[in-house]
Design a protein around this ligand. Structure first.
Ligand code: F6R
Length: 605
């Protein structure tokens, strides 16, 4: 999704801005642009496609400046084009914007009446003309920003620059993140701190409604009522540079292989030999969790699948009913909140607009408390939830979520154990299995070469079916999502028992059917379902427990996985499906790390 970088310095900033945009590439985008101010004049370059195309333009035009703003755009209003790319400019004002202005059509009509000419189809262009209109009257940047945002409905992270005041940039956020990077004789703004890690480790996370005025040697922050405020400075000491592929061909593959380590980090210090550390979230949370009699989980996409898997653990281990909703549905439906219900949101980024909106609705709906499972410290979701449990996946650059997903499942299992405090005697075997999980993951990743070979079978396919039963059904759903989002093959997941209620009609010799088959109480039922597929000439790819008794034939490929305790099976069976999607996508020549129409952080509704 869109990315913002801004800088005001005593040195030239074009290289800093380009590097910042490069670091935001993982979020997904389709065009990029940059405006510098030099001798009180804007120098603007925009390119459709990659940041490298913008970098070439900047180099050819040989421009530089000490103040600048830059943007990667993910098309919402209007096609990816130079005209629609940011920054948008109105005479002496230039703006970059993340989010969606919902009332832009009304604003646009009013501004056209006032004589403004629109060159793009974007909602952002209405904002820049509106700002210009106010600046023409007031000649005061802060006042103009105040008057502009009063008229905006929707979500925005905005950064503004003015030719007349070249040593200043302004920023504001509402529903879209913005962070200040603090330098020496220079300061920065970005939609994600990752964009600025090459220039600073000191950050201030702006809060909803905040406005900031940035100069090279001053940072002035105002809250939504325009009163000056001091926001905490955070120093990020993590030296890990996520922008390094470590010899892997793609970030996605690197991140798949990082899972044993990421899972070990997520467990580190949180489980003893036999049980979960009950004060993991603090004493207050422990008291809250002991009162919970119902759980509501809300998330989007892959994170939603982690929630579906967690439902099994919460209901089985803690004996507590658990509902799981897609955030974009939950936020608009009538919700009945029973007494003592805990609201859990799950998000890799912590900035997903629908998940945040669901949390805000939940906070106004009478839940006992709220808990965020998140991978990004200081994200909006973490800051707005009563409690948070961080996944320790490390920065995930590949747009398709892999290590974030498996660490979410682990974190949710820890929550399930905390909720099951009264059944402590059952914890021991689960906790011991969790201790073994990183090693099992390592063993499963050894299937990589064979999965790569078999991926050739999928290159020419247009459709695929994924099957699972019980907790493996959401694993199959995640497998189907991975395949479709990076290889663009249409893939559907079904609970295997549902096959005969319709989807069996799709099965023929051209339909690959991928199945996850641990050796559990549902194995025999699953085998019967697979016979229905075989009888119709379907091609089966079975990822099975080595003791499950599957044998290969012309239409059946079997991949043996180690026999693992049931509680960790959802993670173990996810890994080969990630590898399969990855290799199929590589063979089909798609942009694996930045697949089309998919964003890393979906900050608009
Ligand atoms: C798929 C994927 C998305 C995200 C979804 C929610 O691979 O990454 O489906 O899971 O957009 O994002 P977060 O977890 O950041 O809220």
């Amino acid at each position: 999704m869109c990315g913002i970088v801004g800088a005001v310095s005593q040195r030239n900033v074009e290289k800093i801005l380009l590097e910042g945009l490069k670091r935001l590439e993982y979020r997904g985008y389709d065009s990029a642009g940059m405006a510098l101010v030099h001798n009180q004049k804007f120098l603007i370059n925009k390119a459709v496609g990659k940041v490298s195309a913008l970098a070439e333009l900047v180099q050819q035009s040989n421009i530089s400046g000490k103040t600048g703003i830059a943007h990667t755009r993910w098309a919402t209003h209007g096609i990816p084009s130079q005209n629609n790319a940011h920054p948008h400019t109105s005479e002496n004002i230039s703006i970059v914007h993340n989010g969606i202005i919902e009332n832009y059509k009304e604003l646009r009509s009013e501004l056209i009446e006032l004589g403004y000419v629109f060159l793009s189809e974007t909602d952002t262009e209405a904002v820049v003309h509106l700002f210009h209109y106010h600046y023409k009257q007031t000649h005061d940047l802060m006042l103009s920003l105040q008057q502009t945002i009063k008229k905006l409905q929707g979500a925005y992270g905005l950064v503004v620059m003015c030719e007349n005041e070249p040593d200043t940039i302004l920023g504001t956020r509402s529903g879209s993140p913005l962070v200040v990077g603090i330098g020496i004789d220079e300061n920065f703004l970005a939609s994600d701190q990752l964009a600025l890690r090459q220039v600073t480790d000191r950050f201030i996370y702006l809060e909803e409604g905040d406005v900031v005025k940035l100069r090279s040697n001053s940072i002035d922050i105002f809250d939504q009522s325009f009163s000056p405020v001091v926001r905490e400075e955070v120093v990020i000491s993590d030296v890990h540079d996520a922008a390094d592929k470590d010899g892997f061909r793609h970030y996605m593959l690197k991140e798949i292989f990082e899972q044993p380590e990421a899972i070990a980090r997520t467990l580190d210090g949180r489980i003893s030999h036999e049980s979960v550390v009950q004060d993991l979230l603090g004493e207050e949370a422990r008291t809250v969790l002991s009162q919970v009699t119902q759980v509501q989980i809300v998330a989007c996409g892959t994170s939603y699948h982690a929630g579906l898997i967690a439902k099994y653990a919460i209901e089985e281990w803690a004996g507590i009913p658990c509902l799981v909703d897609i955030a974009s549905e939950y936020r608009y439906r009538k919700v009945i909140v029973p007494d003592n219900a805990l609201f859990i949101s799950i998000s890799q980024s912590g900035e997903t607009a629908d998940t945040l909106a669901a949390l805000r609705k939940a906070k106004a709906s009478g839940y006992l408390s709220s808990l965020a499972i998140c991978n990004v410290p200081n994200s909006s979701l973490v800051r707005e939830s009563a409690f948070s449990l961080m996944t320790c996946a490390g920065v995930e650059i590949g747009v398709a979520s892999t290590k974030a997903f498996t660490t979410q499942i682990v974190a949710l299992q820890l929550v399930a154990l905390m909720l099951a405090e009264k059944r402590k005697e059952e914890h021991k075997s689960i906790v011991q299995a969790l201790h073994q999980l990183p090693d099992y993951c390592q063993r499963v990743l050894e299937l990589n070469d064979r999965i790569e070979k078999i991926s050739e079978h999928f290159v020419e396919k247009h459709h695929a079916l994924f099957l699972g039963r019980g907790v493996q059904y959401p694993v199959a759903m995640e497998g189907a999502l991975k395949l479709k989002e990076i290889s663009y093959i249409h893939a559907e997941a079904y609970a295997a028992g549902e096959l005969k209620h319709g989807p069996l009609a799709l099965v023929d010799s051209d339909m690959p059917v991928i199945t996850v088959a641990p050796n559990n109480e549902l194995l025999e039922k699953l085998k019967s379902n697979l016979e229905e597929v075989q009888a119709r000439g379907g091609k089966l790819y079975v990822f099975a427990d080595q003791s499950a008794g599957f044998s290969e034939d012309a239409n059946t490929q079997v991949f043996n996985l180690p026999h693992v305790p049931a509680c960790i099976a959802p993670i173990i069976y996810t890994l080969p499906l990630q590898l399969l999607s990855y290799h199929v996508a590589v063979m089909r020549g798609t942009d694996v790390d930045q697949p089309r129409n998919l964003a890393k952080s979906v900050t608009v509704e």
